[in-house]
Write a protein that binds this ligand. Structure first.
Ligand SMILES: C[S@@+](CC[C@H](N)C(=O)[O-])C[C@H]1O[C@@H](n2cnc3c(N)ncnc32)[C@H](O)[C@@H]1O
Length: 325
């Protein structure tokens, strides 16, 4: 995959097969996502997944599709500002040029910068912030990198894995099965998961924009069974099936995407849902799979032995414009 994005597809910086937009944060400022997190106990719920972990072991965040690193760094700052525990972040991206930019922006003089931002860095400790080139759909490479990062910090799992606006890019490039397996693989690596998935209309926009820009279409974009009304329930069910409960829907972010917080069942942070204005889930924290995606699809808990069943309600998206970024 990395080879493909080396080839410039068009002069349209919005036409990218991997979503590897070079000026992403000029169009999509980080505040929008941070605002959704920086409210109503969300951060403390996220941090509490590490309750029971020794205090000198860092909270570890894996940010997938970190692009040029702005959101990763701000997430680290936000989390670090509300805990005495160190917060260590690994931002990874499939595009080496983006990773290089992230490193140049945030890692030269890393310690000073993170300390300034309220983080905690010790001279002889592993860096609290790393950026690396990684295609997370390559599960062996993912396992190797995750183990390297975690072992150096005395952990066997991340505290939190973030998937901000990256699910579609993985999905259209590897297809339904591998995308679903990638979600399960990521679940095995973490105690909590924050997911901001692209909605179905974004897939259309992606295809349209690449066609217009004469860019190469992602290999699976026309061969997906998990689309339309099936998309969000499939993502949720896959994560719940891997042992997680949806503890909060944190409202919708830029481009009208929802932001879901999942926590591993059995983790202390899983017990109470997060009460979030406008989020409207909370009650889903019991892991029964009930969830509403913008009023289109309801996953209802069936009474036949706990099997979830998809109840399709209205699927017509009012706004079909979507944005593929
Ligand atoms: C639309 S941008 C989102 C950036 C950032 N997560 C955010 O929301 O602010 C998607 C990013 O995911 C990266 N990406 C796409 N497929 C990936 C994969 N399989 N593994 C890792 N990163 C990937 C792209 O290079 C791009 O930087």
């Amino acid at each position: 995959m990395a080879e493909e994005q080396e080839q410039e597809q068009s002069s349209d910086p919005g036409a990218k097969t991997l979503g590897n937009f070079p000026f992403y944060y000029q169009f999509n400022p980080v505040d929008e996502r941070l605002n959704k997190l920086d409210s109503a106990h969300v951060v403390s719920t996220i941090l509490s997944v590490d309750n029971g972990v020794k205090d000198d072991v860092p909270f570890c965040l894996l940010d997938i599709g970190c692009n040029t690193g702005e959101l990763t760094v701000e997430l680290q700052r936000l989390l670090a500002s509300q805990t005495k525990r160190q917060v260590h972040c690994f931002g990874c991206d499939v595009d080496p040029r983006l990773v290089e930019t992230a490193r140049a922006s945030f890692l030269s003089g890393n310690s000073a910068r993170i300390q300034q931002q309220g983080g905690k860095v010790e001279a002889d400790a592993p860096r609290s912030l790393e950026f690396g080139v990684l295609d997370v759909s390559e599960h062996d490479a993912l396992a190797v990198e995750a183990e390297r990062f975690l072992r150096a910090r005395g952990r066997d799992r991340f505290s939190l894995v973030c998937l901000f606006s990256v699910t579609m890019w993985i999905h259209v490039n590897v297809g339904d099965d591998k995308f679903m397996r990638t979600l399960s693989t990521l679940c095995n690596l973490t105690d909590a998961l924050l997911v901001e998935p692209q909605r179905s209309p974004s897939y259309k926009t992606c295809r349209r924009r690449l066609r217009r820009g004469k860019g190469e279409q992602p290999p699976y974009i026309d061969r997906l069974a998990l689309r339309g009304a099936k998309l969000f329930p499939a993502i949720k069910l896959q994560i719940e099936g891997a042992g997680f409960a949806l503890v909060a829907e944190l409202g919708t972010t830029t481009w009208k995407r929802p932001l879901w917080l999942f926590v591993r069942r059995g983790n202390p942070a899983c017990s109470g849902g997060v009460d979030v204005d406008g989020g409207g889930v909370g009650a889903d924290g019991d892991g029964d799979g009930v969830g509403i995606e913008e009023g289109h699809v309801q996953i209802a808990a069936s009474d036949d032995g706990g099997e979830n069943e998809l109840k399709k309600t209205k699927t017509a998206a009012r706004d079909d414009k979507g944005d593929d970024r």
